[in-house]
Design a protein around this ligand. Structure first.
Ligand code: SF4
Length: 193
């Protein structure tokens, strides 16, 4: 376990613990406020993220930023965003269980440093890894769970919303529920906004 962000990030950027290191341009460590009370977790970087070294920067990321802004959240201001795997899976395939397992300690260390009050999983893969393996994202998005003293919720992945725009209103409802939960549980997320 690394005690500081610098040492953690430095070690992570040199990681070769799984085969995803072979095709990467960048390790996509994470971005946002390191004292955030709310943390978003996706599954892994796509092409744009791999090239730019930042999570959720393609079309899906732009949609995510808009939905965040609608509930007064942003990566610059009051949240942190990271992924289960830090290197891009080829052709944007799902990260394999062994790749997730190899990488998850980086995320655990990030979470230990942030100590978020609320975790939002973006998409099925992240929700299955973080909340519960058998989660049914279509039915259980927007539902709050509690695990190890942290409140967690899954919502639909922005890339899925781009493929199925009819699901956007449901996902937006999740963000409204999240805003209420932040008001209930968090001390400074909106104060600093
Ligand atoms: S995906 Fe994770 S475990 Fe695999 S090489 Fe990248 S940082 Fe290391």
């Amino acid at each position: 376990m690394y005690e500081t962000w610098n040492s953690l990030q430095e070690a992570c950027l040199q990681c070769h613990k799984c085969g995803l290191c072979e095709g990467r341009h960048n390790v996509v460590f994470g971005i946002g406020v390191e004292t955030a009370e709310v943390m978003f977790i996706g599954e892994g970087p796509g092409e744009n993220e791999d090239l730019q070294g930042e999570p959720f920067v393609g079309r899906g990321g732009q949609l995510l930023d808009k939905m965040l802004a609608a509930v007064d959240l942003s990566r610059e201001k009051n949240i942190y965003i990271a992924n289960i795997v830090k290197c891009r899976p080829p052709q944007n395939r799902d990260p394999l269980p062994e790749e997730q397992e190899a990488c998850i300690d980086w995320l655990r260390n990030q979470t230990a440093l942030i100590r978020p009050k609320i975790i939002v999983c973006l998409g099925r893969i992240a929700a299955a890894k973080i909340i519960k393996p058998d989660i049914k994202i279509t039915k259980e998005h927007g539902v709050f769970f509690e695990k190890n003293g942290v409140v967690m919720m899954a919502t639909l992945h922005p890339a899925a919303l781009l493929r199925n725009p009819s699901q956007k209103p449901g996902a937006f409802d999740d963000f409204l529920k999240l805003r209420e939960k932040i008001h209930e549980l968090c001390d400074h997320t909106y104060e600093e906004a």
